[in-house]
Design a protein around this ligand. Structure first.
Ligand code: NAD
Length: 698
């Protein structure tokens, strides 16, 4: 029985994939499609069949939530449907607009013909989820478009435009105008033919270079840190060239099953779903109105302000950039121009576009120029007095309804808000350095921040292509609060017997983009030194405190910018070189603290540093500073170089098993005292046999 998504246009049956928002090919969609195909096949009036997507796209792929569940393979599977299409005497045409991604494209490749609307995007992004296209994509794409195109689309996960797809043989026609009429006309033409092309019956052309697969394997092994998915993708593409179709399909299925059950893919899928979950805010209805941000004021053209201004200008939003002194403004603008010029030089941006972006940033020394801004972001020195005075002035000046944001790394957003008469309009927008590059923004909700201001902030951050994650107010918010625990353990490990290079080496082997000490040298040791000096008077005397970093700073070693920090640097080089002087300082500090140095294993380094994050993460979660454990994972992966294939610190702890993590934390508590007090939430979850992912705040 045909459904409402079946219609007849002359002799052409049009079947619509209709499963908002992305027409994912879940089980119900496949059942309906199979039934509609049966109806079309059995109706003698139907001469050709067009399959098209409802709404904005053809099909966004499989249902990511259904991976590893029986529903993903339940009959009719997409393989079964495609097999029947290939046997059909009536031509089946996939008509693609918007995008055809993953299983959506694999399915389209199983149709006899493909017509794509200009502007459509065709892609197999499974590798980005640690998978391979398991619906025949690795076997059909090389047959349709050749191995080079397959490598690009399957291993790199790069989509092809409709015109590129035409050039590579992946589609048969590009429709410049409306898709359905073009598809109907195309169907009318091919209906006359007696037989129709079937991808699986073609021979995949062998690559011209006999060493092609060998070279690719070496390239991937070197570039993708030995992650399994890209190599498995390559093996499948090679199978498409060397094996008969059915055997290639069997091979693809086996390799897919290995990947889908592996930790890497589970971690990457976790992060994929985490990004969607992060957009949902408890107590904030999805229809909360967001103000459109047309003009942004940025205060301070230093490291952060410059990058923030670029992020908005690059997204087409007008920026007014305020500084106190002409020199500072000139310096800031020069850096912005240099950054854009760098992108132009790399061939990633046209000169004219770079010029348009720079022109969107209007420099000023007059605060009054901020009056018309819909959003003002303050990025001045990290000093509460300076910020409060500034917010007082903004309060007097800015238009009603403007969002007043601070980029503070750790100051109390509530206190800043209290210096205005409109605390409901104040919020933290914590960008990460370099702000024009880093995707993460912690959106810090103050006690009185209004739902509209939160909605506006989340929306505008997404609009500039970044990832907003909502957090609450506490010292350091989520990321910096947790990283302080990790940094402390790394320093303690030095005194206990490790070297900076050993600690960094172990953390990099675990997968972090940078080690703790190389990272500090890059960021600069002076900022945390001055905050430690401020806190010295109130630091509890009974708590252990490592003096190593203070000693380095006393010697003027502020990291890369001074040529030395935890490492030394040759002039003009960013490569950290171990420094015997640092070892001496460490030994001296250990002696003064009465610590007998011992051999520290790499395993202990990883556990001490990473479990310190996990234990603090549990506290952050329990206090409601983060909405869910997956938000913490997003923050760590996108802001702190935590390896995506491990899913973030909380997911990693779940994978290790919370009982085991808790046991180690209790052991560290016995050995090292109060810093390791286990988070009550961790204890509770272990007792209940649960994981962080099961935690739902009350
Ligand atoms: P910076 O010293 O590089 O820049 C601050 C700029 O603000 C200077 O150019 C200064 O002239 C200007 N300024 C000071 N008072 C001003 C005023 N009243 N009006 C206009 N301009 C004024 O500092 P930064 O590293 O860009 O940090 C800025 C803020 O961002 C701080 O709150 C910091 O904690 C936060 N932050 C920094 C980083 C980082 O990695 N650097 C990361 C996240 C957040």
């Amino acid at each position: 029985m045909a459904s409402e998504n079946y219609s007849l246009h002359g002799g052409v049956a049009v079947l619509t994939l209709n499963n908002p928002p992305v027409n994912a090919m879940g089980h119900a969609v496949r059942q309906e499609l199979a039934a509609n195909l049966d109806a079309a096949w059995s109706d003698p009036a139907v001469k050709a069949i067009v399959i098209i997507g409802a709404g904005k796209l053809f099909c966004g792929g499989a249902d990511v939530k259904a991976f590893n569940t029986p529903a993903s393979r339940a009959e009719p599977s997409s393989r079964t449907i495609v097999r029947r299409i290939e046997e059909s005497a009536k031509p089946v045409i996939a008509a693609i607009h918007g995008s055809a991604l993953g299983l959506g494209l694999e399915f389209a490749m199983g149709c006899h013909y493909r017509i794509a609307q200009r502007g459509a995007k065709l892609g197999l992004p499974e590798v980005k989820l640690g998978l391979l296209p398991g619906g025949g994509g690795t076997q059909r794409l090389p047959r349709l478009a050749g191995v080079e195109a397959a490598v690009r689309m399957i291993i790199e996960g790069d989509p092809a435009s409709a015109d590129e797809a035409l050039g590579m043989g992946l589609v048969d026609e590009v429709a410049a105008g409306e898709l359905l009429p073009a598809a109907l006309a195309f169907a009318g033409r091919v209906a006359q033919r007696s037989d129709h092309p079937v991808a699986s019956q073609r021979q995949a052309p062998a690559p011209a270079d006999p060493k092609f697969f060998e070279t690719q394997r070496a390239r991937i092994a070197a570039g993708k840190r030995g992650l399994p998915a890209p190599l498995e993708c390559l093996a499948c593409i090679e199978a498409a060239v060397t094996l008969p179709f059915d055997e290639g399909m069997k091979f693809e299925r086996e390799r897919f099953d290995v990947l889908v059950n592996g930790t890497e893919s589970k971690a990457l899928r976790h992060l994929f779903l985490a990004e969607r979950a992060a957009a949902k805010i408890a107590g904030l209805p999805t229809d909360t109105p967001a103000t459109e941000v047309r003009k942004v004021g940025v205060i301070g053209a230093g490291t952060m302000g410059g990058g923030i201004a670029m992020s908005f200008a690059s997204a087409g939003i007008e920026v007014v950039l305020l500084e106190t002194k002409p020199e500072a403004l000139d310096r800031g603008l020069a850096t912005i121009r240099k950054n854009y010029a760098g992108t132009v030089a790399k061939g990633k941006l046209a000169q004219e576009e770079a010029d348009r972006r720079v022109a969107r940033i209007r420099p000023t020394l007059e605060m009054a120029d901020l009056a018309g801004a819909d959003l003002v972001i303050e990025a001045v020195f990290e000093d509460m007095g300076v910020k409060k005075e500034l917010f007082g002035k903004l309060d007097a000046l800015c238009k009603k309804g403007a969002v007043l944001a601070t980029n503070t790394s750790r100051l109390d957003v509530n206190e800043i808000a209290a210096s205005t008469s409109r605390p409901a309009s104040v919020i933290g927008l914590h960008f990460f350095s370099p702000a024009n590059v880093m995707r993460l923004v912690e959106v810090v909700r103050g006690r009185e921040t209004s739902p509209e201001v939160i909605a506006t902030s989340m929306t505008v951050v997404r609009k500039i292509g970044k990832l907003p994650v909502l957090v609450g107010v506490c010292d350091g918010f989520v990321g910096n609060r947790m990283v302080a625990q990790y940094a402390r353990e790394a320093e303690f490990l030095l005194e206990e017997g490790a070297t900076p290079q050993q600690v960094d080496g172990a953390l990099k082997k675990f997968g972090l983009a940078m080690g703790r000490f190389a990272m500090s040298d890059l960021a600069g040791l002076d900022i945390s030194w001055s905050s430690r000096k401020r806190q010295a008077a109130t630091r509890p005397a009974h708590l252990r405190y490592s003096r190593v970093a203070d000693r380095l700073c006393e010697l003027g070693r502020f990291g890369q910018k001074t040529g030395a920090g935890f490492y030394k640097y040759e002039a003009g080089s960013r490569t950290p070189v171990p420094d015997p002087l640092v070892d001496e300082i460490i030994e001296q500090c250990a002696k003064e603290a009465g610590i007998t140095r011992r051999a520290v294993s790499d395993g202990e380094i990883v556990e001490r540093c990473i479990y310190a994050l996990v234990n603090e993460g549990a506290k952050v979660l329990e206090e409601g500073i983060a909405q869910r454990s997956s938000d913490i994972d997003l923050i760590y992966v996108n802001g702190y170089g935590f390896p995506a294939w491990r899913g973030g610190p909380m997911f990693y702890a779940d994978t290790v098993g919370l009982a085991q993590v808790y046991e180690r934390i209790r052991e560290f508590h016995r050995q090292h005292g109060e810093f390791w007090t286990p988070a009550p939430l961790l204890k509770r979850l272990v007792e209940e046999g649960k994981s962080f992912k099961d935690f739902v705040p009350e």
